[in-house]
Design a protein around this ligand. Structure first.
Ligand code: DX5
Ligand code: ZN
Length: 225
């Protein structure tokens, strides 16, 4: 799956930017990635629930809300209740990961857990049994346009193997620095879902960039065990 990140889009035209990458399932964006930053958990500030509510009316593509915020135990549920398809919180910020997942699911969303580059996967495997999505950050969260951290591929491979051996049932998602050059490494390591901001919205034709990324990822997908 390809999830274009609106962080790299024109914020004055978010509805249009969302629709530009839409399309039939399997052709356009599978999920639309929305980076919520609060200037506390990360230094940057982006957008919040009112903008997500407006986006939900502007596109039929499922919204994938990546909450880079403090105190997600208080705020995340609102995104699920509003109708976000997947709501991802950060392991480093969540107080009660198990209740978080249960509450998100009860509100009708998929539950996602994200790990910053310095956060070890093994400490979160038990909690991840309650989640639908694992977001492996391949940059430090906070800004678009950073370089892909290839040394995160060990974490992706380990996540893939936990899923393939039945220990987890998460979608393995990567976020940060994904482009036509780096997506191959993430795909070979076993990621299922690729977030791409700059690589999609800086392209002349964002929809074509989504299709090109999907084709490269598909070509490098590991054989299923
Ligand atoms: C970074 C965000 C990413 C960002 C990726 O904190 O979580 O989703 O949009 O942007 P690129 O693809 O430009 O690295
Ligand atoms: Zn993100």
């Amino acid at each position: 799956m390809i999830a274009p990140s609106l962080l790299a889009a024109d914020f004055a035209r978010l509805g249009e930017e969302a629709r530009i990458v839409g399309g039939e399932p399997g052709a356009g964006a599978d999920w639309l990635h929305v980076d919520v930053m609060d200037a506390h958990f990360v230094p940057n500030l982006t957008l919040g629930l009112p903008v997500v509510e407006a986006l939900l009316k502007a596109t039929t593509t499922p919204l994938d809300c990546h909450l880079m915020i403090d105190d997600p135990d208080r705020w995340a549920i609102g995104y699920a209740e509003a109708g976000a398809y997947n709501v991802t919180v950060h392991a480093e910020a969540v107080a009660d990961p198990i209740s978080m997942a249960a509450n998100l699911r009860a509100a009708g969303a998929k539950a996602g857990l994200s790990l910053k580059p310095g956060t070890a996967l093994d400490d979160w495997v038990e909690a991840l049994k309650h989640y639908d999505t694992l977001l492996v950050m391949t940059v430090e969260p906070g800004f678009g346009g950073q370089s892909f951290m290839a040394d995160m591929m060990g974490k992706v491979r380990r996540a893939r193997s936990l899923v393939d051996t039945g220990h987890l049932t998460v979608v393995v998602q990567v976020d940060g620095g994904i482009n036509a050059e780096t997506i191959e490494q993430a795909a070979s390591a076993g990621a299922d879902c690729f977030v791409a901001g700059s690589a999609v919205y800086s392209a002349q034709d964002p929809a074509a960039a989504v299709a090109a990324l999907r084709a490269i990822a598909a070509a490098h997908r590991p054989a299923t065990p």
